[in-house]
Design a protein. Structure first.
Length: 166
């Protein structure tokens, strides 16, 4: 995340317009993937290295939380700290976290399945907790992106802002 953010935010220095746009675009895609889909890479790595469930969850959530803290600090230059903290509940961060939990649930099932195929997972592969995490992730996807193309969540978010700060 840090590398793609540094490249993306520094791409304005590239003289060539075409190259600058492609570098910014590629770095932006990598930044989006690292924030929103890092769990698909981090969770299996942590699982197969013996991390506990809690350690795997923390490892997967570090990137979106650090990105959100950076964003809260950035907007605090223009808004009060209360408003900036509220901004942290925006429709980019919440889906990244909740969607990440869904991805962790999927990865948990896939990692268990892999170990089961190797004869190294003695318990059931499919259990309630990973399934609930997957459903939470899908529910977040619906609420933040599909339900009225995100407009309904935005109105709820703005009503919360008005209730707290106006």
């Amino acid at each position: 995340m840090l590398a793609s953010w540094l490249i993306h935010s520094g791409s304005w220095k590239i003289q060539d317009d075409g190259l600058r746009h492609w570098v910014a675009f590629a770095a932006g895609i990598l930044l989006f993937v690292s924030i929103g889909h890092g769990a698909l890479l981090v969770y299996p790595m942590a699982f197969f290295r013996g991390a506990t469930v809690g350690e795997r969850i923390v490892a997967c959530l570090i990137t979106p939380f650090l990105w959100n803290i950076k964003e809260i600090i950035r907007v605090s230059e223009f808004f009060t700290w209360g408003e900036s903290l509220y901004y942290g509940l925006n429709s980019a961060f919440l889906p990244a976290v909740l969607g990440g939990l869904g991805q962790m649930g999927l990865c948990e099932l896939l990692c268990r399945w892999r170990l089961r195929r190797q004869g190294r997972w003695p318990a059931r592969v499919v259990t309630a907790t990973p399934l609930l995490a997957i459903l939470l992730g899908l529910g977040a996807l619906f609420v933040f992106l599909v339900w009225g193309q995100g407009v309904h969540w935005f109105y709820i978010y703005m009503e919360g802002y008005k209730a707290l700060f106006l």
